[in-house]
Write a protein that binds this ligand. Structure first.
Ligand SMILES: [Zn+2]
Ligand SMILES: [Zn+2]
Length: 643
């Protein structure tokens, strides 16, 4: 049989070879590290034989699916450990989650607290060291029902109810057997570090009329070092929590009467927003974008044309009735921009047309889902739509990617991945626009640009948008936490629904392709990310206050104000601390507020027309004239913005 690897390399193997044997034939190192196999898009156990020509991806810890296979297997390991401490314990479901896994259990009246975590972790490690294989066994429904009836396990019997005969599998490792469709890692020995993290109550099947089960969360790693780093990252993330720092640094607030999920930006937040918008405007102007402005609402009929209604109605604010019409707050800016493009009546010579706007959108998120600036109901988006011909698509798409890379440099984002979602052939006409040629052609163009621009990316089948391939941009903050900040979508369907056309060189009316892009995401999520990324120490260009001028006593307030005036003329954000506090106190306060520069002025400075400069985090830079200082600041800002 022919096995095709992700790099399109093809090798022949005898029918019935397992993925593990294939891994071994590549290298012993790979065989040690591989956790699961993706065979024709399905994640499976490594020791299951492959019986026909297949695409094969060997999943290691570096892949999300490798991680979730290990974490789900860890849930079984935790269950085995729990059984040894809590006789009669019953298990509901134990899935992997973003960071680790959980198991919902019925302890049958026995008590558990986080003080028990240590002994459970130790037991898990002891069982892991036994390196027991995870053994898969197919079972008939009757056998399975008999097994759990004897165990008196109403939970697994309930799960079995919804399973069809012929599709039922059990997995056993050591002394623990569970009803599970898998997949699992080959054996427990891969699990080298264990941490149980949280206990929570969880109603059976999420229904509060049902019994409350205990949900135990944990996470495991293939190396102790990785667990140590993870715990350190969590500690740092707590210190850098954007909700905590956002309050301390007076960046944003929420108010009950304004409403949940609707942030109010304080003056410091206002400056940050303005700086980000200035950066975006300059960058987009250089890249040939036009700026537009559109209202925050539109009539129902437009959202019927776009297809948002009725399918997206749950994510929109309820309508307002006015003059016998229904109006909706806009959940996205695209339709408004499409209207502007339509009005331009362009010919092929006018394309590409790039329309940009920091547009404010409103989305209904359930109150339980709201989280600081990360999940809000009102968002200001770094939005733009690029309308182009098929011939122009590749270069436009490349330019968008270059813009992302430029921003990453400016913000010091070193780790990023583009998650490239493609269609699925089987779902054309259902989940996806039914035009296979256009899908393949566009996906191929996107893939080529990603490869040529040397951008790290992963390709995921069957996660595209309805109307075209999608790219989610994942970035990591300075402490290694992952954020999805921005998406970038190709749209070859909606322009047609909207009747958008341009007159081509042959005088025919044609439909353009549209690229939706938002490299800086929304102000809300991006600033939330930046607060953690910088730990509140914003780079000079972005700092709400750049310079704090600290007179030693009120005698020097006038001189301080003249310095501040001069700096303001250079467009530098400077403020005088005129309080009657001691200089030591003023310095400490400016440090706490993370102001990049402090200028101390007293007798000597005033006499010589100089300022004594202290840099946040670096200390004394000595005395210089206010003009020299201003030039230094301007140079530094310039450097930060032109990396
Ligand atoms: Zn399982
Ligand atoms: Zn859009």
């Amino acid at each position: 049989m022919k096995i095709t690897f992700p790099d399109k390399n093809v090798r022949e193997f005898p029918e019935g070879t397992t993925s593990m044997e294939i891994a071994k034939s590549i290298s012993e190192g790979l065989a040690r590290n591989v956790l699961a196999a993706k065979v024709n898009g399905e994640v499976r156990d490594l020791n299951r034989p492959i019986t026909s020509d297949s695409n094969l991806e060997l999943l290691t810890w570096d892949s999300a699916e490798g991680k979730s296979t290990m974490w789900h297997s860890s849930a079984h390991l935790m269950a085995e450990a729990l059984e040894s401490f809590y006789p009669g314990i019953k298990f509901w479901v134990g899935p992997p989650v973003d960071n680790g896994f959980y198991y919902d259990v019925d302890l049958g009246g026995q008590a558990i607290s986080s003080e028990d975590f240590k002994k459970i972790e130790d037991k898990m490690l002891e069982l892991a060291r036994q390196n027991n294989p995870y053994v898969r066994k197919e079972m008939s429904k009757a056998e399975a029902v008999k097994y759990f009836t004897e165990k008196n396990d109403e939970y697994k019997l309930d799960l079995l109810n919804n399973l069809e005969d012929g599709s039922i599998t059990f997995y056993t490792q050591g002394n623990f057997t569970d009803l599970c469709r898998g997949p699992h890692i080959p054996s427990t020995g891969t699990i080298k570090a264990v941490k149980l993290t949280t206990l929570a109550g969880a109603y059976w099947k999420g229904d509060e009329k049902n019994k409350q089960l205990t949900r135990i969360y944990g996470i495991t790693f293939p190396k102790q070092k990785e667990l140590d780093e993870y715990l350190h990252m969590l500690e740092e993330a707590k210190k850098r929590d954007h909700r905590k720092l956002g309050k301390e640094l007076e960046i944003f607030m929420f108010d009950d009467e304004v409403g949940p999920g609707l942030p109010l930006w304080l003056p410091n937040g206002g400056v940050i927003i303005e700086q980000l918008e200035n950066l975006a405007k300059r960058t987009e102007q250089e890249a040939g974008y036009f700026r537009v402005r559109t209202p925050h609402l539109a009539k129902e009929s437009m959202y019927i044309t776009t297809g948002h209604l009725p399918y997206y109605a749950e994510s929109m604010f309820p309508p307002m009735e006015m003059d016998g019409e229904k109006y909706y707050l806009k959940p996205m800016n695209c339709p408004h921009h499409h209207k502007i493009f339509g009005n331009m009546n362009p010919s092929y010579r006018d394309l590409p047309i790039r329309l940009a706007e920091y547009g404010t959108c409103y989305r209904y998120e359930q109150s339980g889902e709201l989280f600081g600036l990360m999940r809000v109901r009102c968002l200001q988006m770094n939005d733009a739509h690029i309308y182009c011909t098929e011939d122009q698509f590749a270069s436009e798409f490349r330019a968008v990617n270059e813009m992302y890379l430029k921003y990453f440099k400016i913000f010091g984002i070193e780790k990023y991945v583009m998650r490239f979602s493609t269609h699925s052939k089987e779902k054309l006409g259902k989940k996806y626009v039914d035009n296979v040629d256009l899908w393949l052609k566009t996906e191929d163009m996107v893939r080529r640009v990603l490869i040529e621009s040397n951008i790290p990316y992963i390709e995921v089948a069957d996660e595209a948008a309805f109307y075209g391939p999608k790219i989610d941009v994942q970035v990591w903050s300075a402490i290694g936490r992952e954020f999805t900040l921005a998406t970038n979508q190709v749209d070859f369907a909606v322009p047609a629904r909207f009747g958008l056309t341009y007159r081509d060189s042959d005088n025919e009316m044609k439909t353009p392709i549209c690229i939706h892009r938002a490299p800086l995401g929304t102000h809300e999520r991006f600033i939330g990310f930046l607060i953690e990324h910088y730990a509140g120490n914003f780079p000079l260009w972005l700092s709400p206050k750049q310079v704090s001028i600290l007179p030693i006593s009120d005698k020097f307030n006038d001189f301080a104000k003249s310095v501040s005036q001069l700096l303001n003329n250079y467009d530098i954000r400077a403020l005088v601390d005129e309080r009657g506090e001691k200089i030591g106190r003023k310095i400490r306060d400016a440090e706490v507020k993370k102001v990049p520069f402090m200028l101390v002025v007293g007798e000597k400075e005033q006499a010589e027309n100089k300022v004594s400069v202290r840099k946040h985090g670096e200390g004394d830079l000595g005395a210089m004239s206010p003009e020299e200082f201003a030039t230094m600041v301007k140079n530094e800002i310039n450097k930060q913005l032109h990396k």
